[in-house]
Design a protein around this ligand. Structure first.
Ligand SMILES: NC(=O)CC[C@H](N)C(=O)O
Length: 364
């Protein structure tokens, strides 16, 4: 059978032709690229990618299939994928299904046989923009009309869509380390990383009030990663301000880091194009050591605000572009990083940050 054709249309009018993968249909979102050579399953199920079309720069996708528990959330919320060479045939003993079956069953539309090197160079020079993938529309004007309906990531709140609806628990209930986790789109490996270190976690919906969380008597708070623009998340910023007033240990990852920054008056901004991959170099300014990290963000915190803030110390710097990658508060037990120490996928260099959080809790 002939493969079904698909089109990728970018906001600036650029068109790529390819073949359909996943579910027949049409879907738009912000296009962004991830440079990781492995870990497509973890990437596609990371809730921080909600509303985004992911371009994998690694050229072979699908070749090791899909395994049931290698997910960062149960339902992928990505807007689509763009790959070069897609394989329905997979070779890994533990794999339970092909990536094609997985994408189809979750209603995700993608496009293969695209010159992803050309596409990534285009995004790198032109910057982040919306795009649409379709196997239904073959007329560009019609597809353009569909693309115009896709919302801009700048100013978009998405966490409340992917956050848990009801609180739940993970870990050993007899543990003396009780961490209240605010779920803005939390990745499973963050919870695994906390539980492995002895924490008992209660995961709360994004819009939970401080009183409700305090009723559980947590020792510390964790602010999760998540999709969307932190600058429009007043509800979350206000909760973080309330949390900081308690003087309990606080740790934030990625969106959680951006919200901690916003809560102390540091602004965030949309980057020209994001950092997404598993080989981003970071320097820890406290130890002088460098670490190779996993990243996925399209917003960042303003460096000048961070440098000029009397109560903030910059703890980590991204070595590619000198953007701020970590902060701590001088007067409170609170710290956060822009990258992903749970690194799923990615190298384990930054796992020490979870140990630091547990030490901070024990000290308090
Ligand atoms: N991984 C995340 O938490 C992403 C945070 C935010 N949505 C950004 O793109 O910058």
């Amino acid at each position: 059978m002939d493969k079904q054709k698909a089109i990728l249309l970018l906001q600036d009018g650029t068109v790529f032709h390819g073949t359909l993968i996943g579910k027949h249909g049409t879907n738009g979102g912000e296009i962004c690229f991830n440079t990781g050579m492995t870990g497509y399953q973890e990437i596609y199920t990371d809730p921080s990618y909600t509303g985004q079309i992911i371009v994998n720069t690694t050229s072979h996708i699908g070749n090791y299939g899909v395994i049931g528990d290698e997910v960062e959330s149960d339902n992928p919320t990505i807007a689509g994928i763009v790959v070069n060479s897609f394989s329905e045939i997979y070779s890994r003993l533990d794999a339970s299904q092909s990536l094609q079956e997985y994408l189809e069953s979750h209603g995700i539309t993608g496009i293969a046989d695209v010159d992803t090197r050309k596409l990534v160079r285009h995004i790198r020079s032109k910057g982040a923009m919306n795009a649409i993938i379709s196997s239904e529309f073959h007329n560009i004007e019609d597809l353009q009309q569909e693309l115009d309906k896709v919302p801009d990531m700048d100013g978009l709140e998405l966490s409340s869509q992917v956050s848990t609806k009801e609180p739940y628990f993970v870990g050993d209930e007899n543990s003396s380390i009780k961490v209240a986790c605010l779920d803005y789109g939390i990745k499973k490996n963050i919870l695994r990383s906390l539980v492995e270190r002895g924490a008992y976690c209660k995961i709360f919906p994004a819009k939970t009030s401080l009183d409700e969380m305090e009723a559980w008597k947590p020792n510390a708070y964790f602010l999760s990663n998540g999709p969307g623009d932190p600058a429009v998340m007043d509800y979350a910023v206000n909760t973080v301000k309330d949390i900081l007033a308690l003087n309990k240990p606080v740790f934030g990852i990625c969106l959680g880091h951006q919200l901690l920054a916003e809560a102390v008056g540091i602004k965030t901004y949309k980057m020209h194009h994001g950092h997404r991959g598993i080989n981003h170099p970071i320097k820890n300014l406290l130890t002088g050591k460098s670490e190779i990290t996993s990243q996925n963000h399209g917003f960042n915190i303003v460096k000048e605000d961070s440098e000029n803030h009397p109560e903030v110390e910059i703890t980590h710097i991204h070595l590619n572009d000198n953007t701020v990658a970590g902060i701590k508060l001088k007067d409170r037990p609170a710290f956060s990083v822009q990258y992903h120490p749970e690194s799923a996928p990615g190298p384990h260099d930054s796992r020490y940050l979870f140990d630091d959080f547990i030490s901070l809790i024990n000290k308090n």
